[in-house]
Design a protein around this ligand. Sequence first.
Ligand code: SF4
Length: 447
Amino acid sequence: MSAHGNGVAGVATAAATDPTGTSPNHLFTPWVIGDIQEKARLGRYRLRGFGSRADLPSLDDLTILPAGLSRMALEGYREECDTRTVLGTRAGSPLELAIPITVAGMSYGALSLTAKVALGRGATLVGTSTTTGDGGMLDEEREASRLLVYQCLPSRYGFTARDLRRADAVEVVVGQGAKPGTGGLLLGSKMSETIAHARDLPAGIDQRSPVRHPDWLGPDDLVLKIEELREATGYRIPVFVKLGASRVVDDVRLAVKAGADVVVVDGMQGGTGASPDLLMDHTGIPTVAAVVEARRALDAIGADDVQLVVSGGVRHGADVFKLLALGADAVSIGTAALVALDCNRPVHPEDYAALGTVAGACHHCHTGRCPVGIATQDPDLESRLDVDEGAERVANYLGTLAMEVQMFARACGKSSVRSLAREDLAALTPAASAMTGLPLAGTAIPT
Ligand code: SF4
């Protein structure tokens, strides 16, 4: 029997609404059908890199409100707009950045050595910081990076007291936006002898990093862990705590209570080298919602001396401006930095084809067969990335992001990126208005 009363009538109704018999099913789309059949064939979930492909609420749902008569714009050619940013203001040696944009943690293993060094050099050229990742700190990365944040991850792969003492900040990683509540993943194709040695693991074997830290079980223990890190570094460097955006209000409050100098919140649009496909599209909350909740949490507990860094899908200066206006002190980029390095560049089409993709749609970092030498440990592929040229592109891109933020800030009459505020924004959709608390464009009423 059909939902229409009897089978015959049901068939007749369907035929009437779909005369060609080819209209798409919005639930079981061709992609979903292929996905189910692939899982049926593999007997496991699917993996991929890059980030969520879901059409999520985003910073594009907000617009910037430049000056007019109610406030005056600044002249771009002669009036300064200060981009200097300080993170970890409570620490003996805070991070003093020339721009409010940093490079996020990405592991040596997920990325090639050349890519890590190019990111470090690029960040240094514009006066900002970069971050290590699962697998420890490379000597070459340390040398290339004037300001280097050292991640303390649950795996502790390559984590040493020596490297901790030569870091400019330490970041305790609780989670990441692409896959909150789960650990790292590095497939055997990327577990070269060198990577395996750094992690004290066998080469060629898939490696799953733990999700929970071995030496603290919850926020109360995190207090002790942070104190231990402070002691080990002579109370000199700032301690960051990085969270995957999920239960943001509670997590941020607990991180601050545990002693974080800087809270990093990574939204749902954040990238990763490898993750189960579903995690990226169905866990956490979007970056635009995460920044609002994080700022509210910090304000609610009066944490004026704790800085907020937000990441997750930042692409251009408008994204940076909007996150700063919503309450971030700085933003962090990961995927965009790789794109600046030439990720998805249309070269070597045969290698993209071998991965079953094309340049512009590649999300195959997990395979280790990166056509442009970034997400690989294959020496031949890695040689395609020139470290000097890559560093220059990263620096150019970071510098351009800062210029774009300055452009928007001056248009809003602001002489410092630290003056950007919620009043500089309006929501373009009712959903974005509800999510951010910003007024919906077109609803202003004369007072
Ligand atoms: S081009 Fe390389 S870095 Fe970019 S998505 Fe593909 S595999 Fe990953």
